[in-house]
Design a protein around this ligand. Structure first.
Ligand SMILES: Cc1cc2nc3c(=O)[nH]c(=O)nc-3n(C[C@H](O)[C@H](O)[C@H](O)COP(=O)(O)OP(=O)(O)OC[C@H]3O[C@@H](n4cnc5c(N)ncnc54)[C@H](O)[C@@H]3O)c2cc1C
Ligand SMILES: NC(=O)c1ccc[n+]([C@@H]2O[C@H](COP(=O)([O-])OP(=O)(O)OC[C@H]3O[C@@H](n4cnc5c(N)ncnc54)[C@H](O)[C@@H]3O)[C@@H](O)[C@H]2O)c1
Ligand code: SF4
Ligand code: FES
Length: 808
């Protein structure tokens, strides 16, 4: 006899609701027939990670938690893009805006929150928005292509993450905040001011103690007016001033709300068989706005619905971590000192680290960390477990950053199995330890893939590492928490490079064999990387493995979205002449090139070229390849400099041409762009190039690690030199050091950030080291050949790469 399943309806396809269903499927897969309604046109996704989508670090498809197949595989009926507009609690049915009515035995309301929109005049203008959904994120990304200046109202977590995103999208951004300390709900004054300083350095402008009173403009916003009469310009305004539980549906259905949907310790509402979970729920007077508490609620609700014994949900202690790269901020528990509390503080102004722990009755009740947040999760555990710290020294409570990591140091051994290690994903110590033992996991990455712990904000990584140490004992290699080249190997970039050098390895397959690659064919991540490292280490003897290169590099042309190619001849320093221009024009005509375009790097791009025309075009052009497709030197942008400009103090064109001629064809870990400006007016944009040269009074300044692309970064001043010969020498040393220590695919902006400009300056300015680097660079440059010339001279290359084979 088959038992009839109960009908469970979930309203809200967000993080909290679907998490309950996930638990239920594990606890009692056959008890319920599940139907889910979601207003958004997407399967369940990780809202937290929207900040990474906005900042360009992730794509929308990367943040989906459960794809459509998950619903199908678990027999869940999903209605996306459909909003439930009424609940009839007597007949136990819900009805959607599309007129669909579904009955339930149990109903979960997980409708989340609505962003609070300040009701001021002009708030309905085009360009005024909230930041909550994938759609919002897409609008912000699209707007950044058209508009230049954004204002974010609200200097809380959401506002700051949005502001950082705008910077990455190339917009200028003001953050308007009502009081004089940002993140005032999470940080004390000291940490707040340190954070403000760090974010100002990144480029965010703060307008503090400002009360917004009116949004001005025509149909679309043009500015924001404040109570003090001042106005700030804006093409886009994002309101991030907090959220309100979304209770419209519950209220209209007669379910008690104040202001969130009132629930008891088992998440039951005032109406039988109706539950509420997540940001819409109000538990003991609190509506939470972070995922950790929502998952804690979900775990209790799932057990309750499964009929499994469970304790009550008694509330959560909050902790947060700002997800802005380059700043580490953590806040947890009751971080403001009050009567009866004492605090331990460490404030190292040199390294920009601030740590404060608030203590009451020998127990830690709150913490604020800035600059080094490794202690965060451990301190949270001590807060939750009310650890008695009377016997502990100050350094046992707050590490100095060098001692962290050992299983014992972080106290993971003492934690209970149900202690939550990863708040974002609600993963407990027990789950992680079982997975490590049962699945034979040895790295943090493997734990992430298997359990989802550390998948979101990453704040729990140190603790996951400690759990590996605790579970695997002496066999745990802490370095296994290292960043491997890819999933085919357990080796890091540095280990592979060392092995190539020490073992004298000479081709890609040999490296994979000797270092016991798990996947003997390698993958698109490791093969190009190995090919680069081998060439960098032995430039004279290594035979480039073109099969390990990406298609653009193999073809020496960028493939376009319609399958045609682009041809970009080199124009040194962006300086050309009538003969060259005529030739380019003639070739474009001869080969019917549909589009000829000036690039941002001051050269000409012939677009829409057929594969079979490539070799003949290069031959006709008779110009060197511009390497527009390669991880190599791309362009050297120059201004006219002292030759023509009345402000110029240096020969920008001359220096630029010399640099480009010297380093053309040089393979580098990622693409490299240079620029030379003839005076600090910087018309060649030297501040946002991998190396930017600027003529100043009495010499030249060299700026390192700039980037004007996805992650905009202003270059750091590396050195000031006197002569043009020194520019070449310093650039040689800098680029060679990048070649030798950069990870394949890592731009100089990331590399300079990782190694630190002080370190790079020390290396480059040390005469002995500089000379050695230059020698190795000269060797690398001595063997480069123009790929187009090689193709023109080789019938085999032409046949293998460029001939179109007619299929019969
Ligand atoms: C950009 C951003 C970054 C964040 N970062 C963090 C972070 O780092 N750490 C953290 O802990 N938290 C973070 N949060 C907060 C976290 O995302 C939320 O706390 C969490 O998503 C709330 O989950 P929920 O399921 O309660 O609500 P939601 O995720 O909002 O889900 C509710 C869903 O229900 C749908 N819905 C509403 N009414 C109906 C209806 N009547 N019918 C059908 N569907 C309906 C909504 O469209 C929505 O999809 C962040 C939030 C944002 C916006
Ligand atoms: N990293 C994270 O954990 C993270 C990231 C993003 C969002 N979130 C969550 O999403 C939710 C929304 O975030 P939020 O930052 O909007 O909410 P919030 O309530 O945390 O912060 C809003 C901020 O806006 C300020 N403010 C209020 N009115 C203002 C006004 N008129 N003008 C200027 N400033 C004003 C407040 O002082 C406060 O600091 C929160 O629950 C938050 O915890 C968390
Ligand atoms: S950077 Fe200076 S020298 Fe060069 S074009 Fe601009 S103003 Fe003239
Ligand atoms: S705590 Fe955020 S990913 Fe684990």
């Amino acid at each position: 006899m088959t038992v009839k399943k109960e009908k469970l309806v979930l309203v809200g396809n967000g993080m909290a609701g679907v998490n309950v269903v996930e638990h239920l499927l594990k606890l009692t897969p056959d008890k319920y027939e599940v139907t889910i309604f979601g207003s958004e046109p997407h399967p369940n996704y990780n809202r937290i990670l929207l900040s990474y989508v906005l900042s360009g670090e992730s794509k929308v498809e990367d943040i989906v938690i459960h794809p459509y197949e998950w619903y199908a595989n678990n027999n869940i009926t999903l209605y996306t893009n459909q909003t439930i507009t009424s609940v009839d609690t007597l007949t136990q049915t819900v009805t959607s805006d599309m007129g669909l009515t579904v009955s339930y035995d149990k109903l979960i309301l997980a409708t989340g929150s609505n962003p609070f929109m300040i009701p001021m005049p002009g708030a309905d203008k085009e360009g005024v928005m909230a930041y909550r959904t994938i759609r919002d994120c897409e609008i912000m990304i699209e707007s950044a292509k058209k508009y230049k200046k954004a204002i974010v109202i609200g200097g809380g977590l959401l506002g700051l993450e949005a502001a950082r995103g705008f910077l990455n999208l190339g917009m200028k951004v003001d953050v308007v905040h009502i009081v004089d300390t940002i993140m005032d709900r999470q940080l004390d004054r000291t940490a707040s001011k340190m954070l403000q300083g760090a974010l100002e350095e990144q480029g965010i402008n703060f307008l503090l103690e400002k009360q917004s009173v009116e949004i001005i403009g025509g149909k679309r916003v043009t500015g924001l007016k404040f109570k003090d009469g001042t106005v700030a310009e804006a093409d886009l305004i994002v309101m991030a001033v907090g959220i309100r539980p979304n209770v419209a549906l519950a209220k209209e259905s007669g379910i008690e709300c104040n202001p969130g949907i009132i629930v008891n310790d088992y998440l039951q509402t005032s109406v039988p068989n109706v539950y509420a979970v997540g940001e819409c729920a109000m538990h003991r007077g609190i509506a939470y706005g972070l995922v950790a508490p929502l998952y804690e609620q979900g775990a209790v609700l799932a057990k309750h619905l499964a009929g499994v014994e469970t304790g009550p949900y008694e509330g959560s202690i909050l902790y947060t971590k700002l997800k802005v790269s380059g700043v580490d901020v953590f806040s947890g528990g009751q971080f403001v000192e009050a009567e009866g509390t004492k605090a331990i503080r460490i404030h190292d102004e040199f390294s920009g680290v601030y740590k404060k722990v608030v203590i009451k009755d020998n127990k830690i009740i709150g913490a604020v960390l800035f600059g080094d947040t490794a202690d965060g999760t451990r301190l949270m555990q001590m807060i939750r477990e009310e650890t008695d710290i009377s016997g502990m020294g100050k350094t046992a409570i707050l590490t100095d950053g060098s001692s962290g990591g050992g299983g014992a140091a972080s106290g993971v051994a003492e934690m209970k199995d149900d202690a939550i290690i990863c708040g974002c994903n609600g993963v407990t110590k027990g789950t992680i330890c079982s997975a490590i033992k049962d699945q034979g996991l040895t790295t943090v990455d493997e734990v992430k893939n298997c359990t989802t712990a550390s998948r979101s904000c990453g704040g729990c990584k140190p603790l996951v590492s400690d759990l590996l140490a605790f579970t695997l004992g002496a066999s745990y290699d802490k370095n296994a928490a290292k960043e491997t080249i890819c999933g085919c190997t357990t080796h890091t970039r540095d280990e592979v490079v060392t092995a190539i050098r020490e073992k004298g390895l000479s081709h890609v397959r040999e490296v994979m064999n000797v270092l016991q690659w798990k996947n003997e064919e390698g993958c698109s991540k490791c093969r190009p990387a190995l090919n680069y490292y081998l060439g960098m280490i032995s430039p004279e003897t290594y035979k480039d493995d073109s099969t390990s290169r990406f298609v653009n590099e193999r073809m020496h042309a960028n493939i376009q979205k319609d399958g045609t190619y682009s041809v970009v001849p080199r124009i040194y320093g962006g300086v050309t002449n009538p003969t060259e221009l005529k030739r380019i024009a003639e070739v474009a005509e001869q080969f019917n090139v549909p589009t000829v375009k000036f690039t941002g790097g001051q050269r000409l791009d012939l677009l829409g070229v057929k594969k079979e025309d490539l070799t003949a075009m290069w031959e006709a052009l008779d110009m060197p390849s511009g390497y527009a497709y390669g991880k190599a030197l791309r362009t050297v942008k120059t201004c006219v400099g002292e030759t023509f400009c009345r402000f110029g103090t240096g020969d920008a064109m001359g220096v630029g041409i010399e640099l480009e001629k010297r380093f053309e064809r040089l393979n580098t870990p990622a693409k490299v762009k240079l620029a030379v400006s003839g005076c600090p007016r910087n018309c060649a944009e030297s501040g946002i190039k991998d190396l930017g040269v600027v003529s100043v009074d009495g010499g030249w300044e060299l700026y390192a690690g700039g980037n004007g692309g996805v992650k905009v970064r202003v270059g750091d001043l590396m050195s000031t030199v006197k002569t043009e010969a020194e520019i070449i020498e310093y650039t040689e040393a800098y680029l060679q050091y990048y070649r030798e220590t950069g990870k394949y695919g890592e731009r100089t902006s990331e590399w300079v950030h990782r190694l630190g400009i002080d370190h790079i300056r020390e290396v480059v300015e040390n005469e002995a080291e500089r000379k050695q680097l230059c020698e190795r660079m000269d060797l690398a440059l001595s063997v480069t050949k123009d790929p187009w010339k090689q193709a023109i001279d080789s019938k085999k290359i032409q046949r293998d790469l460029y001939e179109v084979v007619e299929l019969k």
